[in-house]
Design a protein. Structure first.
Length: 457
């Protein structure tokens, strides 16, 4: 990396890519990139002085990035092989690194705190970063979501050699990392277009754990079905929400919209920790994050203060609107297990109330592979509005549509609706608790739904 003073990102608007772009921009390098569509995130990058183009044509590459000796190209797996700019860079001798390779370089220059898992990794890594950053320990962080505490997905600390990284299993990206410490939150099968089988998926996490450096530690959720082969000198700890292990919660209390619990470590207990974001699944995420903080020297009082002051992540169980008549939440959940956990948490917060879920499936392959699991999770709602599949990087697959999920959902109140007609449909309904779910572009509907609910209230 030291041989380059300019960085050009193909797919700069992605959450992981944008954090790297911000990192090199703040370090004083020239930074630019391409993305397919304008979003709030790309607008923010432009306001920070980063050159962002939405035109794939070669002529759209700014002149300052056309020198192959000075410019490093950073690539996300979402960019297709026939992309015009990518093929120009390939043909003209530019050094091209995948995003994960660049992150791997950063972990080898510092102490990487890497959080992996099918679900829970974004919240766990963001809580971990907040706990470390607000303490005397400090940290740097590349996050998979926008932290509400800092309004960014990048944290920099001058005096800390720790770097918190969300370890992405897609395309085996996390195999490029060299963790000092790591958490594995879950290994529920996903991305079967890459891994072919649930067994291969689990094996990829075992390989990730084998990369932890001697002297480091693995913190793994108790009961996970994997058997990692660790390097000598790597310690192993288990954690759970309330199922024992080296780190766990006890005496969990839910009252008046607050969640309070005691945090148990291998040597002591920190009593009366109050969750800043009172969602039951965040007890488990917080236990893993506090374990990392505790192992890296964060004090009892700093842990207690950090958890209570954590204000969440954009599109992770955000309360968008609340009135006497209706509560509207938005959540990134896009895997059956995530949906199940999210809906269960909402039930715990609002017992006895009617929950209407609006779900946009993400990827044709994920819909095909997990249609039955999706239907089981979504059947825990009282009412379901199912949107069309968001394709992301994929082309349509014959016979795969949202109907695969809807047909199996065991609810009387269920329907498929296009985004274009969603507001009309919602305007006709008696709504109580409303939640939007999905990892596609459903977030563009959030302000529109909020305005509708305000008018109805």
């Amino acid at each position: 990396m030291i041989n380059y003073n300019k960085y050009y990102f193909l797919g700069i608007g992605g959450i992981g890519m944008s954090a790297l772009a911000r990192y090199f921009n703040l370090k004083g390098f020239q930074v630019g990139g391409y993305d397919r569509t304008e979003t709030k995130l790309t607008i923010d990058l432009q306001s920070e002085g980063i050159a962002v183009s939405f035109d794939e044509q070669i002529a759209a590459i700014p002149n300052q990035f056309l020198d192959s000796k000075q410019t490093l190209i950073v690539l996300t797996p979402a960019i297709p092989e026939d992309h015009l700019q990518l093929n120009y860079f390939k043909s003209n001798g530019f050094k091209i690194l995948k995003r994960a390779e660049l992150l791997g370089n950063i972990t080898r220059q510092s102490k990487g705190i890497c959080i992996a898992g099918t679900h829970g990794k974004t919240t766990t890594s963001t809580i971990t970063a907040h706990l470390l950053y607000q303490s005397q320990v400090g940290c740097n962080a590349f996050l998979g979501g926008i932290s509400n505490n800092y309004n960014t997905n990048l944290l920099l600390s001058k005096d800390s050699n720790l770097v918190v990284i969300e370890a992405d299993e897609y395309d085996r990206s996390f195999h490029q990392l060299s963790p000092f410490m790591a958490v594995i939150t879950s290994v529920d099968a996903d991305h079967l277009d890459i891994y072919d089988s649930a067994e291969a998926f689990r094996e990829s996490f075992e390989h990730f754990a084998s990369l932890i450096l001697p002297g480091g530690a693995l913190i793994i959720k108790k009961g996970l079905d994997i058997n990692p082969k660790l390097q000598k000198g790597v310690k192993t700890y288990t954690y759970s929400m309330d199922n024992g292990g080296d780190f766990h919660a006890e005496n969990i209390r839910i009252a008046k919209g607050e969640i309070i619990f005691d945090f148990v470590t291998p040597t002591n207990t920190i009593a009366d920790i109050k969750l800043g974001v009172p969602v039951l699944i965040n007890v488990e995420n917080s236990v893993a994050a506090m374990a990392l903080a505790w192992l890296n020297g964060v004090s009892k009082e700093e842990i207690r203060m950090g958890i209570s002051s954590f204000s969440g992540i954009y599109r992770r169980f955000n309360v968008v609107y609340k009135s006497e008549k209706v509560v509207y939440m938005d959540d990134y959940a896009h895997h059956p297990s995530e949906l199940k956990a999210s809906i269960s948490s909402i039930r715990a917060l609002y017992p006895g109330r009617k929950i209407t879920g609006i779900f946009q499936p993400h990827l044709y392959t994920r819909t095909r592979d997990f249609a039955e699991d999706f239907s089981k999770s979504l059947s825990k709602l009282d009412e379901l509005v199912l949107l069309d599949i968001y394709p992301a990087r994929e082309l349509p697959i014959e016979g795969v549509s949202s109907e695969l999920i809807l047909d199996k959902v065991e609810l009387e109140n269920k329907t498929i609706c296009s985004k274009e007609h969603l507001l009309d449909l919602l305007s006709e309904k008696q709504l109580d608790i409303v939640v939007t779910f999905g990892a596609g572009d459903i977030d563009k509907m959030v302000p529109l739904i909020k305005n509708l609910l305000k008018q109805k209230s």
